[in-house]
Design a protein around this ligand. Sequence first.
Ligand code: SAH
Length: 243
Amino acid sequence: MTTTAILSALAEEQQGLLELLQQPQKTSHAGRDFWQGRLHGQPVVLALSRIGKVAAATTSVALVERFKVGRIVFTGVAGGLGDGVCVGDMVVASGFVQHDLDVSPLFPRYEVPLYGQARFDCDKALTAQLLRAGRAGLASLALPAKTLLHHGLMASGDRFVSGADEARSLRSALRHGGHEALAVEMEGAAVAQVCFDYGIPFAAVRTISDRADDTAHVDFSVFVKDVASLYAQAIIRELMKLL
Ligand code: SAH
C-alpha cells in the first residue's frame, strides 16, 4: 500500500488530523516531527511543512527520502486572489507558480531556471480524487450554500500578502506573465517542485482564510483557529476513502 504524506503548514491546521491518527508513532528528524500511523486504514505520515518555500522543500524531501511516501497531499489555508474566491471557500490546485521568482532578463519572469517552466502541475488523478473529497467534505460540514469549491492555479512566495494594493499588483503581474492565480500562499510551489523532481504525485487543497488584503492578518488568525482544522479533517477523511 502506498504511504500518503499529509502536509499542513501550521499546527492548528494539523490538529484535527492528529486527533484521528491511529497507531501514532512520532519520529523527530531534521528538526521536525513526523507522525506515522493510519487514517481510515490508509498508511500515512503527517507533517508540518513549516512556513515558506525552503522549509516546505526540506520537509518534502525528508518525507520522500526518509519516510518513503509515495504521494503528498497538502491541506492548508491561503489568501483569495481571484474574483469570487471568498473567505471560507476552498481551492483545489491545478498547479503552482512562484510569484516571487524573477530571473529576468536571463529567463522569462517566473520561470524556474533549468526546468524550462514556471508552472508545476499537480497530479491529475490525485487531484480529481481531492476534488471529489472536497465536494463530499464540504457537504458533510453543512456549510452555507454559498461556499464554493474552486479549481485552478495557486501562487506561492515567501511573503504573507496583506494589502489590497499588493494583492492587486501581484495578480496583474502574474496575469501579465500568463498566470491566472486564484489564491496565494507560501509553500505549495516548493512541494510541487520537489514532487516533480522525485516523480511522485502531488495534490493540494487550501481553504481561503483571508483575501490577502488589509484585514488579512485578522481574518487569517480567527479562521485558522476556528475553521481550518475542521475542513482539513473532513476532506482528508473523504480522500482516504477514495485512495
Ligand atoms: N501566524 C502564523 C504565520 C502564518 S503565515 C504564525 O505565527 O505561525 C501564513 C500561512 O498561511 C502560510 O503558511 C501561508 O501558506 C498561508 N496564507 C494564508 N493567507 C495568506 C496570504 N494572504 N498570503 C500568503 N500566505 C498566506
